[in-house]
Design a protein around this ligand. Structure first.
Ligand code: 5AD
Ligand code: SF4
Length: 446
């Protein structure tokens, strides 16, 4: 006999696993809040759950392969307990839509990023629909989930979605297709959310959006929003990710330069250092314009740390295009970089162009860039030995031994030996004694 656990008296249990970017982590907190409101209880193991959900990423093929592999493993749980419901949510759900059911027949629910509000309803209807999976992949340009307070996981730092979607349509990127049009959340809703977080002990907020600095709600632009958030008592640090170079405004730079709570770190994805490739990518800027922007930012915020995203092996990228990217990387002097091999995505404009760079070349270029960045990071981090930084303490360091870890204003990991006077959430002044290319080791000073 098939026993439907959800009909028993205890609340149905949901297990949610998250893949991909910070936006997905934040969306999972919204999903958890929606399901909790509908009477679900969260569990942290799939084998204890009545409903198993994966919130997924579609940015590169590799991300999707991981999820499909995981689904196969989870389908086994369903075989041993047929009452269990299995759902795939997020960008991959939106990307494949009904075709996902052919890839993974075990799925009961497929829901895109604008369909989470209807999840309880969809999960409730599964039994009635005689084996048909429930699919909702409608994009809704009005959906911001602004009225739903995401389930905050605790900690010193909280991520807050300020805008959703993307209108840029870079040729390689699937995001505008899976997350839909750009929409900003009203300042009043954001301020209410962040005040609530401050009341729960949050010291640092990270504003999220696919192109977060495209934020605009009526007369409030991104710079004005940063200044409004800076007025909230209890919030000590403000960060944001990811901005787009074309949306960097004077108002944003001014907020970073004049508002001490806005931290001096800018993630500024360049993607390529070749004008030809940038044009093919439809990024909307040239290398010279990007470098000019870097100069403006550095002039206004002298201690700013810069990081970036780079794609190697985009269709048509030659060795000399690649060399140009490596040169620009050195010229800017990034503190860290996220580097990726180009992955062709269905639906995008570049899909039709092709994939001319062989895998071995992509891998070689990626390895070379990673080595270059490692070398640059090490030099840049070591140059900080002897300097002092305010470090917001987040918790025990990963490799424990009584050490504590936090971030400098420039978002560098700082590690020091704890003592009884230092608590999580405190800001300590740390002198840097030594450095790797990924962290600063130091001593708190009084
Ligand atoms: N292939 C490889 N990397 C990609 N990114 C986005 N789309 C692709 C793709 N098709 C990278 C970009 C972006 C980051 C989040 O992911 O560098 O900034
Ligand atoms: Fe993708 Fe470009 Fe939008 Fe970033 S700005 S999410 S890379 S389309």
């Amino acid at each position: 006999m098939i026993h439907d656990r959800t009909t028993s008296t205890r609340p149905p249990r949901v297990y949610l696993e998250t893949y991909g970017c910070q936006m997905n982590v934040a969306d999972s907190q919204t999903i958890t809040a929606i399901l909790r409101r509908a009477g679900y209880e969260s569990v942290d193991r799939p084998d204890a759950a009545d409903v198993i959900l994966l919130n997924t990423c579609a940015i590169r093929e590799h991300a999707e392969e991981r999820v499909l592999g995981r689904l196969t493993a989870l389908a086994r749980i369903k075989q041993s307990r047929p009452g269990v419901k299995l759902g795939l949510l997020g960008c991959m759900a939106q990307h494949y839509r009904a075709a996902l059911i052919e890839k993974a027949a075990c799925l009961d629910v497929v829901a895109g990023p604008d369909a989470y509000r209807r999840l309880p309803e969809m999960l409730g209807e599964i039994g009635n629909a005689a084996f048909d999976p429930m699919i909702d992949v409608r994009l809704d340009r009005a959906e911001t989930y602004a009225d739903i307070s995401p389930e905050f996981g605790g900690g010193v730092r909280a991520y807050v979605t300020a805008m959703r979607g993307c209108d840029k349509f870079c040729a390689f990127c699937v995001v505008p297709y899976v997350r839909g049009r750009e929409r900003s959340i009203a300042p009043a809703d954001l301020l209410r959310e962040i005040r609530g977080l401050a009341a729960r002990g949050v010291k640092e907020v990270v504003l999220l959006g696919q192109t977060v600095n495209a934020y605009r709600h009526n007369d409030t632009d991104f710079g004005a929003l940063l200044k409004m958030i800076a007025r909230i008592d209890g919030i000590e640090r403000i960060r944001f990710t990811s901005p787009h170079p074309s949306d960097v405004s004077d108002s944003m730079i001014d907020a970073m330069a004049t508002e001490p709570k806005v931290q001096p770190h800018l993630h500024l994805p360049i993607q390529s250092g070749s004008d030809r490739v940038l044009a093919a990518m439809e990024r909307g800027y040239t290398v010279a314009q990007y470098l000019n922007l870097v100069e403006r930012v550095r002039a206004a915020i002298p201690d700013v740390a810069l990081s970036t995203d780079i794609i190697v092996g985009f269709h048509g990228e030659t060795e000399s295009d690649f060399d140009a990217t490596a040169n620009v990387m050195c010229a800017v002097g990034y503190d860290s970089s996220f580097m990726f091999k180009y992955s062709v995505r269905e639906h995008t404009r570049a899909f039709k162009l092709g994939d001319s760079v062989p895998e071995e070349d992509k891998q070689r270029r990626l390895t070379a860039l990673i080595a270059l960045q490692e070398e640059m990071s090490l030099t840049r981090y070591r140059a900080l030995i002897g300097r002092t930084f305010p470090v917001l303490v987040e918790g025990p360091a990963r490799r424990g031994e009584g050490r504590l870890a936090g971030k400098t204003p420039q978002f560098k990991t700082a590690i020091f030996s704890g003592n009884s006077t230092v608590h999580i959430g405190d800001t300590v002044t740390m002198r840097v004694d030594s450095a790797t290319g990924h962290s600063l080791l130091g001593t708190p000073i009084l």
